[in-house]
Design a protein. Structure first.
Length: 363
């Protein structure tokens, strides 16, 4: 979104964030270890990882609530590493929303404007506009305890937007909500991002949220960024075994790679289009929805041979558990629109996949 620069009055894009070699330790333990990341103005990026991966600490260093032991934080090419939080002018939304219980919706949204001594007429105009953006203009006189969790979350977003920050930082804002409401509100946040065009940095441990909402996802583990890519690439082309195992379900098959040939545990030749440059032991990754189980017609059928050991109906799909003749456990996910051709428990099958749907990893 084109925003007015306060100094020059010209239209420029603001909200670019750059992190250079950030490090942070707590009581001798490394929380963030040499994190570097560039975020474009207007981009929606998620920091995704398990508890203790360093994602929230990274966000708090951007916000100014934590100071790094070393490294730099830049906003629009200006260093803000040691600047206190209140001088960074960034919007922050926490998981508990931190609304003032004694203030109405309108008063909560107006609070950051009052702290900046915005005039009454301008304040009322901004509050009205931002409440319209989040569809809460009809609830302006309510108090937080009179609202649902989803409505409170929108109030927190409105308050963060009211003073027109260049960047919104969101720390697991949907974590306290039930699954159905989370799904609804993640779509609302993504729609709001398109409307206002702000840079948004979103911390979550929920891979579905990260994949559905983000322009890019930065997967973190043990204080480091393991991969930064578009959601499709994170899912289809994981950079290492941690990313492959953390983001979505995956079948991991130990293989040997020799002169362009991928061999499975029983010596069978397996399809893979994306192979390492060096021969040796590796792991083949294939998602359950890409793994096909077909009844074995002849002893010479290609692929991994074995039997279906279990089936589980999960609504839109059926999960089939498969055990190969060499003892390998695999999972296939079949949409129920094609359920008529599924094998049954105990059926001899061949597991196969398209070469393009497999990734070979050596780490």
């Amino acid at each position: 979104m084109l925003m007015k620069a306060r100094a020059s009055g010209t239209d420029v894009k603001t909200g670019g964030i750059a992190l250079h070699n950030l490090r942070k330790r707590y009581a001798g333990a490394v929380a963030v270890d040499d994190v570097s990341l560039s975020i474009s103005p207007g981009e929606f990026i998620s920091l995704l990882g398990p508890s203790g991966s360093g994602k929230t600490t990274t966000l708090m260093m951007i916000a100014g609530f934590e100071m790094p032991d070393s490294g730099q934080v830049l906003l629009d090419d200006k260093e803000i590493t040691r600047l206190p939080a209140h001088r960074r002018e960034l919007g922050v939304i926490f998981q508990n929303y931190a609304l003032f219980p004694h203030m109405t919706v309108a008063e909560n949204v107006a609070y950051p404007l009052r702290m900046r001594r915005v005039g009454k007429a301008e304040l009322e105009l901004r509050v009205r506009r931002v409440l319209e953006q989040v569809h809460l203009d009809s609830l302006a006189s309510r108090y937080p305890h009179q609202m649902s969790g989803g409505q409170q979350q929108r109030v927190a977003i409105a308050r963060a937007l009211a003073f027109d920050p260049p960047v919104l930082l969101l720390d697991e804002p949907l974590g306290a909500l039930d699954k159905k409401l989370r799904h609804h509100l993640r779509n609302e946040i993504k729609t709001l991002h398109k409307q206002v065009g702000k840079t948004m940095i979103y911390v979550t441990h929920d891979q579905d949220e990260a994949l559905a909402m983000s322009d890019r996802v930065a997967v973190m583990h043990e204080g480091r960024i393991r991969q930064v890519s578009a959601p499709q690439d994170i899912y289809r082309r994981p950079a290492d075994l941690f990313v492959a195992g953390f983001v979505g379900e995956v079948n991991l098959i130990p293989v040997k790679f020799t002169s362009g040939v991928v061999q499975g545990p029983a010596g069978e030749r397996l399809p893979a289009a994306h192979c390492p440059a060096v021969d040796g032991d590796a792991t083949l990754c294939v998602r359950p929805e890409h793994l096909r189980l077909e009844r074995a017609i002849s002893p010479n059928s290609g692929g991994v041979r074995g039997r279906v050991t279990d089936m589980m109906f999960v609504g839109d799909a059926t999960i089939l558990e498969f055990r190969s003749d060499s003892g390998l456990q695999l999972t296939s996910k079949v949409l129920n629109i094609s359920a008529d051709c599924m094998p049954g428990i105990g059926d001899a099958c061949v597991a196969s996949w398209a070469a393009n749907d497999a990734t070979i990893l050596t780490q």
